[in-house]
Ligand binder design. Structure first.
Ligand code: FAD
Length: 297
């Protein structure tokens, strides 16, 4: 079994994706006050998608207190799953069936859209389609997963229940069942974000770094961002893509940062062939997940 691909290389202390080729993104300091249609705070994967989309029709400035990609994007284990942590049936109990179905279908559509953007833009980020194996665990056992697979299939999602015998024979796993789903993916998030930011730059977006946004002050016409560069950024709209950090003045009700750990095995460790195209996770809290890296380890 492969270890999860990674947050950090334990020997060097560097984030794994930091060694990816093609991470160069042109940045500039903020040397004067500017006014734009849209200011995006954060140059990680979220800010990159926003900039890529919005720079086509708007003037865009992206601001980051670090170099681009160096927030949580560089630490992601790069599972691109449409499955949400809360199963469809559990989500339906919480927010109602129609909304839960919509959330799942939109999540599925988001992975497809991401694949389309990568292909249309010719971004080389090792994006590969993957299936997922969601193992029965402490939170949801066999019966819950059977019902879950049925609920997903009923709205056209490509999920089916895998009984314990098949799980053992095909995947060498001893659990009371699992859900096998198609349509997820994995890829290098840093190269993807860098590619999107470069395309946004070609469409006129400017990436200012290092610039810290200290405060956001809203008024009826827009927002003024106060920065540590001593120059303000005036925008009609601000999109906060700050990952796990938020500037003063941005409400974060209910937000709580907890911990996640990732480990990597040595490259080229022997792994079962099915793991090449399968992401594995479990219905437990906390849960483990693992996948194989592009080089096989
Ligand atoms: C160990 C680990 C594993 C993960 N694995 C997965 C996974 O497998 N699949 C998955 O989908 N997700 C995973 N995630 C979550 C994923 O990494 C994040 O959801 C994603 O990177 C968020 O991207 P972002 O662009 O929103 O934020 P970030 O990449 O964190 O970017 C935010 C940026 O905002 C900047 N910023 C913040 N505040 C300010 C400010 N005041 N002024 C200026 N700049 C500011 C930061 O410097 C940073 O560069 C994982 C996360 C971790 C930590």
């Amino acid at each position: 079994m492969a270890g999860a691909t990674t947050k950090r290389d334990l020997r060097t202390g560097r984030s794994l994706w930091a060694d990816s080729p093609g991470l160069g993104v042109r940045t500039r300091p903020l040397t004067q006050a500017i006014a734009v249609d849209v200011a995006i705070v954060g140059a990680g994967i979220s800010g990159a998608f926003m900039a890529h989309e919005l720079a086509r029709d708007h003037s865009v400035a992206v601001l980051d207190r670090r170099p681009p990609l160096m927030g949580s994007t560089i630490a992601s284990t790069a599972l691109l799953q449409w499955e949400i942590d809360l199963p469809l049936n559990a989500l339906a109990e919480r927010i109602g069936t129609a909304k839960a179905r919509r959330a799942y279908l939109r999540s599925r559509a988001a992975v497809e859209a991401l694949e389309r953007i990568v292909s249309d833009e010719g971004i080389r980020c090792g994006l590969k389609p993957k299936r997922t194996l969601y193992l029965a665990g402490d939170d949801y056992g066999r019966r819950a997963l059977e019902a879950e697979a049925e609920a997903r299939a009923a709205i056209g999602l490509e999920s089916r229940f895998v009984p314990p015998a098949e799980l053992r024979d095909r995947f060498d796993m001893a659990r009371t069942g699992a859900i096998l789903s198609e349509g997820s993916a994995s890829g290098d998030p840093a190269r993807l974000a860098a590619g999107l930011l470069r395309r946004a730059g070609e469409n006129g977006a400017r990436i200012h770094s290092p610039v810290e946004v200290l405060e956001a002050v809203g008024d009826p016409e827009g927002v003024t961002l106060l920065t540590d560069a001593g120059h303000a950024v005036r925008a009609r709209t601000v999109v906060f893509c700050c990952g796990y950090e938020f500037p003063k003045g941005v409400p974060t009700p209910g937000a709580k940062v907890i911990s996640t750990w990732a480990m990597a095995s040595r490259p080229r460790m022997r792994c079962p062939a099915w793991l090449r195209d399968t992401l594995v996770w479990e219905a437990s809290d906390p849960y483990l997940y693992f996948r194989m890296g592009a080089t096989g380890g």
